[in-house]
Design a protein around this ligand. Structure first.
Ligand code: BG6
Length: 484
């Protein structure tokens, strides 16, 4: 634990993200003694709270969302580092209030980690405000860094504009664009699985893999977020960021080191190798009842589900289809990556007519039952028949260490100055460049009208038809028994 003082300054401190994720994650890090010895957390928003009211409110959130590690005595020690400044960060004049408040709380030598946890429409104004108040420049050993939440822009043009604004105030090395999927242990473990072992990487290519399927399914619907979601849709909300991040981890070339530049170079290279996605490669859907949710346009064509087929035009993946799907109001809350291997080249066994071996399937279960499963064919004892069996790995059985929330890891990395798991400017822009034309298919007068799907299913039939075009189906994984 370093003794250099750090202040974590959360803009949008009264919002949902701070309440459910950021403060609970910081509390957990404190409980695990992973925060610097000399730290302060300062919440900023317009609401008129006292320090104590802010602490009380966050206590309740932390007791709910960090329930496992919560205890009253630890909270009291943590809360002594928690402060509040009521200010409107979109008003340049209010930065005087912020600076005066900080002077009362922190030492002059404190580094600053800013966290933009506000509506994305406010990013540019607040960043400009930080710049105008001269709060973005490192002061001797005291660094200044900024974490920017998703969505980073709504398309390539807005992302570029935002990057330009960011770069007038911060240098790229100070910028941490967050995608919380990169903070998930199981996502990071994809790289360990591939590159800390020798036996998987030799078969991790077009010679052995038939196709790869990535699913990020949710049971929840848009809930109270319809106002945001109806302008976003599943492609912006999940694909351009989270699902694409999983794809980069599973498909990228091995970086020379687990260091920010090396890792991010490979991710960018991968995204830039993806063949432009065509109309034919896309299936969308909307769950029944979406249009009657408060905040949704009555004639909305916003997709709440999408399935995509894409190809990566490089040596390793030539000809291997990647199928991606994500949606709301589905049968399961599950994120998984299935690698379906090719059939053996020659069959020496006498199979009955119509019988065939199932292909080997490797399932990387990202959440909720974190683990890895390998399905293979086995002889049924005492018969000449066969059936598939599974080799299972579950985190909960193999490790006593608990899987921490993604925000814990990412906040800690930003405090330590490790940007490896954060998006670089060129990565964000490449991701939008890939998705802009796909999103365009779902918007405007020519928009594909998404077929409705029943809640609690795995999406519209079109998603199955997308795979059927190449004679494939969405495969069941070993991740959850009851999955659809
Ligand atoms: C967010 C999306 O980024 O990710 C939400 O805006 C989505 O719509 C969430 O529900 C999913 O995250 P997780 O970690 O629950 O899979």
């Amino acid at each position: 634990m370093s003794s250099a003082p750090v202040t974590i300054i959360i803009f949008g401190a009264s919002g949902d993200l701070a309440h459910r994720k950021l403060i609970p994650a910081l509390y957990n890090l404190f409980q695990k003694e992973r925060l610097p010895a000399d730290f302060n957390i300062v919440g900023i928003s317009r609401s008129d709270f006292s320090h104590q009211q802010f602490r009380d409110e966050k206590r309740q959130g932390t007791a709910t969302f960090a329930a496992d590690l919560f205890d009253a005595a630890t909270w009291e020690r943590f809360a002594a580092h928690l402060w509040y400044i009521a200010a409107d960060a979109t008003q340049p004049a209010d930065f005087d209030l912020i600076q005066a408040g900080l002077r009362e709380i922190e030492s002059e030598l404190a580094s600053h980690l800013y966290y933009l946890s506000v509506a994305p429409g406010l990013y540019e104004t607040i960043i400009a405000g930080i710049g105008a108040a001269k709060m973005a420049e490192d002061v001797r050993q005291a660094w200044r860094r900024i974490i920017i939440e998703k969505p980073f822009g709504t398309d390539l043009a807005t992302a570029q504009t935002l990057n330009n604004v960011v770069h007038t105030v911060f240098e790229e090395r100070q910028v941490y664009r967050i995608d919380h999927y990169m903070g998930k242990e199981t996502a990071q473990n994809i790289l360990f699985f591939r590159f800390a072992n020798t036996i998987f990487e030799p078969v991790w290519n077009r010679n052995y893999i038939d196709n790869i399927q990535i699913t990020a399914a949710e049971t929840v619907d848009v809930g109270s977020r319809a106002g945001y979601y109806d302008h976003s849709g599943v492609l912006r909300d999940m694909f351009q960021n989270h699902v694409l991040q999983l794809l980069t981890l599973v498909a990228m070339e091995p970086p020379a080191s687990f260091e920010a530049t090396a890792l991010r170079n490979e991710k960018v290279k991968l995204i830039q190798s993806i063949r432009p996605i065509q109309r034919d490669d896309l299936a969308v859907g909307q769950y029944e009842g979406y249009r009657s949710a408060a905040g949704v346009a009555p004639v909305s064509t916003t997709p709440t589900f999408a399935a995509l087929r894409l190809y990566i035009d490089n040596w390793r993946w030539q000809g291997v289809p990647f199928y991606l799907r994500s949606g709301k109001a589905l049968h399961d809350k599950i994120t998984k990556i299935l690698i379906e291997f090719k059939a053996p080249p020659h069959l020496m066994f006498n199979l009955a007519a119509g019988e065939r071996f199932a292909r080997n399937i490797l399932s990387l279960c990202i959440q909720p039952d974190e683990g890895i499963h390998l399905q293979f064919e086995a002889k049924i004892p005492g018969t000449t028949g066969f059936r598939h069996a599974e080799m299972d790995f579950h985190y909960r059985d193999s490790f006593t260490e608990k899987i921490a929330d993604a925000y814990e890891r990412l906040l800690l990395d930003a405090i330590h100055g490790d940007a490896a798991l954060f998006m670089r400017n060129d990565e964000i822009e490449s991701a939008w460049k890939l998705f802009d034309p796909v999103i365009a298919l779902t918007e405007g007068e020519q928009a594909i009208v998404p077929p409705l799907y029943r809640r609690g299913t795995m999406g519209p039939e079109a998603a199955d038809a997308l795979l059927a075009k190449n004679g494939r189906t969405w495969q069941r994984s070993g991740c959850l028994h009851e999955e659809g």
